[in-house]
Design a protein around this ligand. Sequence first.
Ligand code: NAD
Length: 441
Amino acid sequence: YPSVEPRPYRVSVFGAGYVGCVSSACLSKDGFAVVAVDPDRFKVEHLARGQAPIVEPGLDELLQSAHANDLLSATHSAVDAINDTEISFCCVGTPSLPDGTLNTNHVREVCEEIGKALRQKADFHIVVMRSTILPGTMEELVIPTLEKASGKIAGHDFGVAYYPEFLRESTAIADYYKPGAIVFGQYADDTRSIDALKDLVAHIGVTPHVIPMRSAEIVKYANNCWHAVKISFSNEIGNICKAKNIDSHVVMDVLCSDTRLNISRAYMKPGFAYGGSCLPKDLRALTALGRSMNVPTPVLDAARLANAVQIDHARSLIDAASHETIGFIGVTFKADTDDLRESPLLELVEGFLGKGKEVSIYDPHAARDASQGRNYLKHIAPLLHDSIKDVIARSEVIVVGNKYPGLKDAIETAGKLVTVIDLARIEIPENRNVIYHGLCW
Ligand code: NAD
């Protein structure tokens, strides 16, 4: 592994999920010593060996290199991590509560742990929140919890800042080095924390926006909600194009090249519903916040409705093919991730269980998740198969959820009639062995 010039700051990363692992890997690639902290034994053991506990392209290589350069360690102990570092990143999960509002329990817990550890630390330490949190959470929850547990004053005895994360799973490392924007939320006149953050990202070459904390908190929501609106809009145009026999992707190419519209092709690809751990929950949290303040959110509500409609649309196409055996290729919410949270493909699969259909699935990332004994897949783990060919051999209808190498070839050479419902735009020409239905192309 190439050796890395060590940098002055050492960083604790609390929460070794998708955001924490990518932050840890990229910080250590850039020469910052990282201590990852998580209560999950599986994650700590993996990181301590320089192995990725999640699927993300390029992550394993960076973590192995960090391990070889002695820049990465992992622990369950907040006290050890805080003592060994100058800055802490908090990357814990902020899932939805059943009513759609934000569950900030992990944020509260991690702030209590960090606060207690700060109590016995003499040196200045900076606490940086990276989780997605609604406007006001830093000032109403994070800072008071840290102050109470530490007995110290934020912005004076220790630093605080909010630094939202904009990575996209499956391209997270590339996104880290080529971010659309870098945003720092400053607390009162705590410029020392902002200056430290500027040092951490200086080599990326993008000038950070330094804005008040509340503004930084809502920028993250506005960002994800805008993605959801764009996806819903482009899927809707796509569905109309399909019904009129128009190539929706040519339409989007033209639309996105129009400088007056000023939009990129990112998220403007007519196709299947959005999902994953961020867009649905962030849209829910912001609309719930609007409701709680009597502020209507019709555009955001429509994006949610449009997404449900797109799942129904795919379901109808599969129903119309009306066969007994259905094979799903890819069930994670997109390719190149093992994240199954709120996957619309999984929702689609679930709709066919217990309905007299025989369902089989190929998804190596989901299979890895099942083999680690996590909860998402208990109900469908028995449906997973090791090879695309197995699934095709068992199925009259193939639902393409994600692109996989060799899939097109396997369908075309199956030696039997296969109906393909394409949700991922692999585009197979119709022939005597293939009946093809694209979703909106
Ligand atoms: P995740 O669920 O994958 O990981 C969260 C981790 O935090 C888990 O490993 C959990 O064990 C750990 N944790 C919980 N309590 C802890 C504690 N007290 N101390 C240390 N670790 C603790 O979550 P994620 O997908 O990485 O998302 C984290 C945050 O970042 C969320 O707020 C999310 O909205 C936001 N975000 C996520 C993405 C994404 O693509 N996943 C992108 C941008 C922002």
